[in-house]
Design a protein around this ligand. Sequence first.
Ligand SMILES: [Zn+2]
Length: 318
Amino acid sequence: MITSNDMPLASKPLNRAAHRRTDETWLDAAFQRDDVLVFLMQNGSPLMEGQASPPLSAGARVAPNPRGLVWLGADAARFANGAKRIFMGEDKRGTPIFALCVPEQFTLAGTLLEGAGEFEDMRAAAAALSALEANLVSTARSISEWHRGHGFCARCGSRSEITEAGWKRVCPACEAEHFPRTDPVAIMLPIKGDQCLLGRSAGWPDGFYSCLAGFVEPGETVEQAACREVEEEAGVICQPESVDYLFCQPWPFPSSLMVGLHMVADTMEIEIDPKEIEDARWFSRDEVVAMIAGEHPDAYCPPPFAIAHHVMKAWVEA
Ligand SMILES: [Zn+2]
């Protein structure tokens, strides 16, 4: 049985060594160590070897070729000016790993990194990187995007400051503490006998179908959110008691935690909300098998780096 640890973007996490985050002296020394490992991010995109692939759409059919991050050692200090430094953790040997989020105006031209690679669209990067590197850039992206959008204290409006190696902001005026957000999203497969319900958003490529999904609202359980979303988007009724949790996946667009679910549908009549989705449709088990294999005549589904792929696969393999 596949678990959350097997999910792309969640795989093989580092030791985050959170106790180091408050130790500025250790962090400064670690950043200059001979064995330090540093990767660069700009606007939520990682610096990868070779030429950047074109941005990957939500319904991309072809995964980019496997590629790696551009890794820097102590040389990374040259790029620290104006950049945000995030301590990612330590690998098994105790090697410190940092992400350096360079400012928008930064350019590789004229630096020692000229020609080493390009900043890559995150979706393409997520599909091309190894499990560990994908997890690192996914984490760094969620945090750096949070910093970009939360420069000011939500309580008093003063400019807040980064602390704890990038994992927290504090407001110097009112002392409020702010932490990176993680927003739970239910992503679910309603099942009725031998059929399951999939939907598509407007703007997705023709034939691309995926699991319905929606944010968990305040005061709701994940199970209740899943039922509410299925009813709102497709008019299909499910009961929270029928919901089974499968696995979850961090999803850095910008900071979701996708919670994968199976659930039993009580009804089959579809009435879509056109403000939310463009179409919803029941697919048989054989059709889903064909979609996953890329052999369905007119429908296809998300690639393996998205949790929806695994939610569908877990059903056909059950
Ligand atoms: Zn404040």
